[in-house]
Design a protein around this ligand. Structure first.
Ligand code: IMP
Length: 427
């Protein structure tokens, strides 16, 4: 039995899609456990680029079972667009399975995401405006619509009548916005139901059965630990649990059935949206990393904020997720710099701290303490073996492992599958 979780150790965009795609070659089943269309994974296969939002990264291999777990909030229109784009490129979707317990992102969730952000003004979170927060709010307040409801016309119609009435009060009386027509949403969603129905199943049953048979399961997190609703830099977080706990609640796989947890770590740090970022670079080095690393959002196209690697963040991710291994990505992007820095601690009112404070005001006042390491000039993306990497690059990898007390299992130096060096086999 082998169940491996791959999750983000920073603020998302660590290259999880590439690592999942690489590991998926050996897995039988690949599972998304939280988030929705806010996620965006860019995958390079040979000369082809694929951008996935809701479908697990394993879909590019024929014969894999790819599961959208119950923890995901699913936007059915966006899913069908993604499915037809993949079909046009001859990708087989026969293995796609969708949990009957997953919640739906409804049109009013997207509208409310936009209106709530506008109301927050300068205190905005910088959400992806995909309706994620409002959809999870409805899930928690027990006003959500699940896939099981979508497949039951009467249930869907009854639910929508009550829910849309309530949302319309909010939209018209608080936000002075246009109301939605329940009948139109019903007609639209009933069409989606027929297209989605063949893929829907009890995915916890499917997954636990696969584990019983000794199959290899790969669980794929979206976003990252610092965007986790509980453990991230609240309120500048997403509304789900990208950390390892979310892998259990979002799939129906119990903690005792998870064997390894791998944290994907970008060789530097990025963040989209607002919120504190102690190791942020607001200079030419940051601009250069943004351009070389093509650090623009897959989902929204927004330029990402850039910073040096932050060991406080990584230690925190190691603790919260009990990471067994790290997968270090985008190391090639740091090439050509005279020196590279790692933030090893924060200084707060003259004291060094090596954890992440809960108070945002405290975190905003933290100054990064940097360690400077020699850079390298070689293009790592073209070097076949890790043994042939320049010593400064090898030293950087070793330092990341030392500072986190966690071994590096994979080093990625480019978007393609062959640009991946394996130090420890994970399956
Ligand atoms: P939401 O998930 O759209 O509600 O956005 C909440 C916060 O999470 C914002 O700062 C977003 O920029 C951030 N976020 C959401 N999804 C991603 C992602 O896939 N990568 C990086 N940041 C994300």
């Amino acid at each position: 039995m082998s169940t491996v979780v791959v999750l983000g150790s920073q603020w998302g965009d660590e290259g999880k899609g590439k690592i999942t795609d690489f590991l998926a070659a050996k897995a039988n089943v690949v599972v998304r456990y939280q988030g929705g269309t806010n996620a965006g994974h860019t995958l390079a296969v040979g000369q082809e680029i694929f951008k996935l939002h809701q479908i697990p990264s394993g879909i590019l291999y024929p014969g894999k079972v790819c599961v959208i777990g119950n923890g995901v909030v699913l936007d059915p229109a966006a899913l069908l667009t993604e499915i037809s784009a993949l079909k046009r490129r001859n990708i087989d979707l026969a293995g796609l399975r969708i949990s009957d317990r997953a919640h739906l992102v409804m049109p009013y969730h997207k509208k409310l995401d936009e209106l709530e952000e506008m109301r927050r003004g300068t205190g905005k979170i910088g959400t992806t405006l995909r309706g994620i927060g409002p959809a999870y709010m409805d899930k928690v307040s027990r006003n959500g619509v699940r896939i099981a409801d979508l497949l039951d016309e009467r249930e869907l119609q009854d639910k929508l009548t009550g829910l849309v009435e309530e949302k319309n009060l909010l939209l018209t009386r608080i936000y002075d916005a246009e109301p939605f027509a329940a009948g139109r949403i019903f007609e639209e969603f009933r069409r989606y139901a027929e297209e989605i129905r063949p893929h829907v199943t009890d995915t916890s049953l499917l997954l636990n059965g696969a584990i019983d048979r000794g199959e290899k399961i790969l669980l794929e997190g979206a976003q990252g630990t610092m965007l986790d609703l509980d453990h991230g830099t609240y309120p500048y977080v997403t509304s789900s649990s990208p950390a390892v706990g979310g892998a259990c609640t979002g799939t129906g796989i119990a903690p005792s059935r998870i064997n390894k947890v791998v944290g994907v770590v970008k060789a530097y740090t990025t963040r989209v949206g607002d919120g504190p970022f102690p190791s942020e670079l607001k200079d030419r080095i940051g601009d250069r990393i943004r351009e070389v690393g093509r650090e623009y959002g897959t989902t929204t196209g927004r330029p990402r904020r850039i910073g040096w690697l932050d060991a406080n963040v990584l230690r925190y991710a190691c603790r919260i997720n009990a990471l067994n291994f790290l997968a270090l990505t985008l190391l090639d992007v740091l090439g050509g710099l005279e020196t590279v820095k790692i933030c090893t601690a924060y200084r707060y009112h003259g004291q060094e701290i090596t954890h992440i404070p809960a108070s945002l005001r405290t975190l905003e006042q933290c100054e990064p303490v940097f360690e400077e390491l020699p850079g390298w000039q070689e293009d790592l993306s073209e070097i076949d073996s890790l043994a042939d990497f320049p010593s400064a690059a090898r030293r950087y990898i070793q330092r990341v492992a030392e500072l986190t007390g966690t071994p590096v299992a994979i080093v990625s130096v480019g978007p393609n599958r062959h640009q991946t060096k394996v130090l420890h086999e994970l399956f």
